[in-house]
Design a protein around this ligand. Structure first.
Ligand code: 0RA
Length: 652
C-alpha cells in the first residue's frame, strides 16, 4: 500500500501528514530506541505505555478504574473510565485531537497544558509508538454521550474519527495487535503484566486495576482474572514486601506530603534481618539506580536517628563509630515521588538527577521521623539498639572482609584452589560456571572450552544469606570463593554491598545445577546471594542459569536430548513402538550422570545450550519472593513452588 492511498482526510496530502508518517517510520526503523527492546520486555512495555495514559488521567482526578484484557489472539485491550481523549477537530492540524494523540510522536499532553502529567513509562513515548508498532489498533472514546472511533494499521489511520454509537459512560478504550515483524516474541505473559499492575495499584492508592486473561478459562467457565486495588497505598505495599519477615517494630512509619512542589509518599518498616531494601520510584517508574530522592531519604534517616540516639544518651557507652549503613540494617522502605520534569541519568536511565528533590525528601523524612521517635520511645529504643548491634557486627565484618581481600587476586593472594580458570583475560568473553558438587564440577572441567570457560565447583548448598549476618556470610568459604573468583573487591565501609563491577573477571556467570528440587534450591540460594550482595550483576544481565536436559532418548542410531516430558513423548511417538520404549530413554537425575562430552554438547556449548538470563522485572516483588522463599513460613513457599516449578517431577 502506498502512503498516498492511506493519507487521512481524503487525500489532502499536507506537510503535516508527511511529518507524521516520517515519525512513525522512525519508530518502526529503530523500535528499541523508543521502547527499550523488541523482545518480551518491549512487548510488555506497549501495555505500560497505554496504561500510563490512563494513570495520568487518574492522577488528574478523573479516572479510578482501568481494565486490562489479554485477548484470545494475544491482542491487548485497555479501557479506563476517564474523560475520554478529546475528539475536537483542529482547524490548523486538519484532524481531530484524537488522531493527533494517536499518530504524532510525543503528542501526549501537547493539547493538555494545564494538567499535571507525571506518569509515563521508562521511555514515556506515548500511544503513537504503540500504534506504530501494531499491525492494527482500534481506539474508542466515550464522551459527550457518544462513541467515537478510529482504526489504524501500523500507525496509519484507516479513516477519520467517526461516531459509531451512543453511550452514557465516559472513558477511553484501546485495542492493539503487536506487530510480529517487529517483535521477536508476541505472546503476552500474564505474570509479568500482573506484577506491574499490582505495583501500580500500590503506587496509586484508590485506583482499581483489573487484569483478565481470555486465553485461560477457570474451572467455573470464567476467565482467569485478578483485581488490584489498595486503599492504603505504600503502607500496604511495604507490608506486602515484609509479609514473610519478622518485624522489629509493628508500625509502618508513613508520610504523604508535598515539599517544595514535590509530592512525596514514603513508608518505612524495620525487620529483624540484616539487609537494606529500599525501593524508590519517580512518577511510578522504579529507579533501580536510586538518585537524589534516595540520597535525601538516607541523609535524613541517618541524621535524625543519630540525633535521637545522642539526645537520649543511648550512645554514651558505645565505643565504636556508627556509620550510615548501620542505620539501614533491616530497613525496608518504599519511596515514591512525583517530579514534573524528571532528569534520568545512569546506565539504565533510572537514576534521578534533579537536585531540588534531595532537599524536599530530606526535609519531609526528617520532620516525620523525628516526630515518630519522640512519640514512640519504646519503638525508638528498639531501633537504636539494633543500630548499635549493626555497628558492632560491622566491625566484626570488617575483619572478615579484610581476610577475603587479602586473598583476592588483586592483592596477589591468588584464586581459589578449586577454580579452574580460563586462559582468555577479556572479561566480556569469559564465563564462570558455578557448578553444584565436586563430581559434576570435575566433569565440567573436562568438558569445557578452557579458552573462555572457567569452572568453580560449589560444595552442596551455599549459605542462605537471607538469614545470615553480613560477617557470617563472608566467613563462608563458598561465598569467599565466589568473590575471589569474580575478582571483585567486597566494597567500602559506607556502601559495603556495592561490588566493584569494573573488576569483574567474567561477564557471564552461569549457575549449573541438577534439574531437581535440590538443584532449584541451590539456584535460589545463589540468586539470593547475588540479589542481596551484588545486584548490579543481575542488573547488568550477567547472571544466567544453565538448563541441562532431563532425558537422553535413543532408538537405533537416533539420539535426542529432551528438556521436557512433552519432548520425550514426541520422541517416543515418532520412534517408539509399544511398551519397550522406556528402555530407550535415559533419565538424567543429575549433571554427574552425563559424561564430559554430553555435558558440553547439551549444557555448555554456546552453539547448542539454552541459558536462562536472570533479570529483575520488579525489584519490590523480587524482594518479597526471596524473603518468602528463604523465610520460615512453609505455606506460601509451597504454593509458589507448585505454581512455578518447571522441572519434571523426577523425585517422585
Ligand atoms: C487530554 C485531555 C483530556 C483527557 C485526556 C487527554 C485523556 C487521555 C487519555 C489516554 C487514555 N485515557 C485517557 N483519558 C483522558 C481531557 C479533556 C477534557 O475533557 O477537558
Amino acid at each position: 500500500m502506498s502512503e498516498e492511498q492511506i493519507t487521512p482526510n481524503n487525500g489532502s496530502y499536507s506537510a503535516d501528514s508527511i511529518q507524521v508518517l516520517e515519525g512513525l517510520e522512525a519508530v518502526r526503523k529503530r523500535p528499541a530506541m523508543y521502547i527499550g527492546d523488541i523482545s518480551v520486555k518491549g512487548l510488555h512495555h506497549l501495555v505500560y505505555e497505554i496504561v500510563d495514559n490512563s494513570i495520568d488521567e487518574a492522577l488528574a482526578g478523573y479516572c479510578d478504574h482501568i481494565e486490562v484484557i489479554i485477548n484470545e489472539d494475544n491482542s491487548i485491550t485497555v479501557q479506563d473510565n476517564g474523560r475520554g481523549i478529546p475528539v475536537d477537530y483542529h482547524e490548523k492540524e486538519k484532524k481531530s485531537a484524537l488522531e493527533v494523540a494517536m499518530t504524532v510522536l510525543h503528542a501526549g499532553g501537547k493539547f493538555d497544558k494545564g494538567s499535571y502529567k507525571v506518569s509515563g513509562g521508562l521511555h514515556g513515548v506515548g500511544m503513537s509508538c504503540v500504534n506504530a508498532l501494531s499491525t492494527h489498533m482500534t481506539t474508542q472514546v466515550f464522551r459527550n454521550g457518544k462513541i467515537y472511533q478510529q482504526e489504524y494499521e501500523i500507525g496509519k489511520p484507516l479513516y477519520s474519527v467517526k461516531e459509531v454509537g451512543i453511550s452514557d459512560i465516559t472513558g477511553t478504550r484501546q485495542q492493539f495487535w503487536p506487530d510480529d515483524t517487529i517483535f521477536t516474541e508476541i505472546v503476552y505473559d500474564y505474570k509479568i503484566l500482573a506484577s506491574r499492575l499490582r505495583e501500580l495499584a500500590y503506587l496509586n492508592a484508590g485506583l482499581r486495576i483489573s487484569l483478565t486473561d481470555r486465553r485461560v478459562l477457570n474451572e467455573d467457565g470464567s476467565f482467569k482474572s485478578e483485581k488490584f486495588h489498595s486503599e492504603e497505598g505504600l503502607r500496604e505495599f511495604v507490608r506486602f514486601i515484609e509479609s514473610s519477615r519478622e518485624h522489629l517494630i509493628n508500625d509502618v512509619i508513613y508520610l504523604n506530603t508535598e515539599k517544595q512542589g514535590v509530592p512525596i509518599e514514603i513508608a518505612i518498616m524495620y525487620n529483624t534481618g540484616f539487609s537494606e531494601n529500599v525501593h524508590s520510584y519517580v512518577n511510578n517508574i522504579n529507579t533501580i539506580e536510586g538518585g537524589t530522592h534516595l540520597a535525601g531519604f538516607r541523609r535524613a534517616l541517618t541524621r535524625t536517628l543519630k540525633k535521637y540516639a545522642e539526645d537520649s544518651k543511648m550512645l554514651e557507652k558505645v565505643k565504636i563509630e556508627i556509620a550510615g549503613d548501620d542505620f539501614r540494617e533491616g530497613l525496608t522502605a518504599v519511596i515514591s515521588v512525583k517530579v514534573a520534569e524528571p532528569q534520568f541519568e545512569g546506565q539504565t536511565k533510572t537514576k534521578l538527577g534533579n537536585n531540588e528533590v534531595m532537599g524536599a525528601v530530606d526535609q519531609a523524612v526528617g520532620e516525620v521521623l523525628a516526630y515518630y521517635l519522640e512519640e514512640h520511645p519504646k519503638e525508638a529504643k528498639t531501633i537504636v539498639d539494633k543500630v548499635i548491634l549493626a555497628a558492632t557486627a560491622r566491625h566484626a565484618a570488617r575483619k572478615a572482609r579484610e581476610m577475603v581481600q587479602r586473598k583476592s587476586p588483586m592483592s596477589g593472594g591468588g584464586l581459589p584452589g578449586k577454580l579452574a580458570d580460563c586462559s582468555d583475560k577479556d572479561a566480556t568473553k569469559c564465563e564462570l560456571f558455578l557448578v553444584e558438587g565436586d563430581s559434576a564440577g570435575g566433569t565440567a572441567k573436562q568438558g569445557r572450552n578452557r579458552m573462555f570457560q572457567a569452572i568453580l565447583p560449589l560444595r552442596g548448598k551455599i549459605l542462605n544469606v537471607e538469614k545470615a549476618m553480613y560477617h557470617k556470610a563472608l566467613e563462608s568459604e563458598e561465598i569467599r570463593n565466589i568473590y575471589t573468583a569474580l575478582g571483585v573487591t567486597i566494597g567500602t565501609e559506607e556502601d559495603s554491598k556495592e561490588a566493584n563491577i569494573g573488576k569483574l573477571r567474567y561477564h557471564k556467570i552461569i549457575i549449573m545445577t541438577d534439574a531437581d528440587v535440590d538443584g532449584s534450591h541451590i539456584d535460589t540460594l545463589i540468586m539470593t546471594f547475588f540479589f542481596r550482595y551484588m545486584p548490579q550483576i543481575i542488573q547488568n544481565g550477567y547472571l544466567y542459569i544453565a538448563t541441562p536436559p532431563l532425558y537422553l532418548c535413543k532408538k537405533g542410531k537416533v539420539e535426542e536430548y529432551c528438556w521436557t516430558d512433552a519432548q520425550r513423548q514426541k520422541f517416543i511417538d515418532t520412534y517408539g513402538n509399544g511398551l519397550e520404549n522406556a528402555v530407550h530413554t535415559q533419565r538424567y537425575k543429575g549433571l554427574g550422570e552425563m559424561n564430559a562430552q554430553q555435558l558440553w554438547e547439551t549444557t555448555m556449548d554456546p552453539e547448542n545450550r539454552m541459558l536462562k538470563q536472570v533479570n529483575i522485572d520488579n525489584a519490590a516483588e523480587a524482594d518479597y519472593v526471596f524473603s518468602m522463599l528463604m523465610g520460615e513460613d512453609v505455606g506460601p513457599r509451597r504454593e509458589f513452588i507448585e505454581e512455578n516449578a518447571t522441572y519434571a517431577n523426577i523425585d517422585a
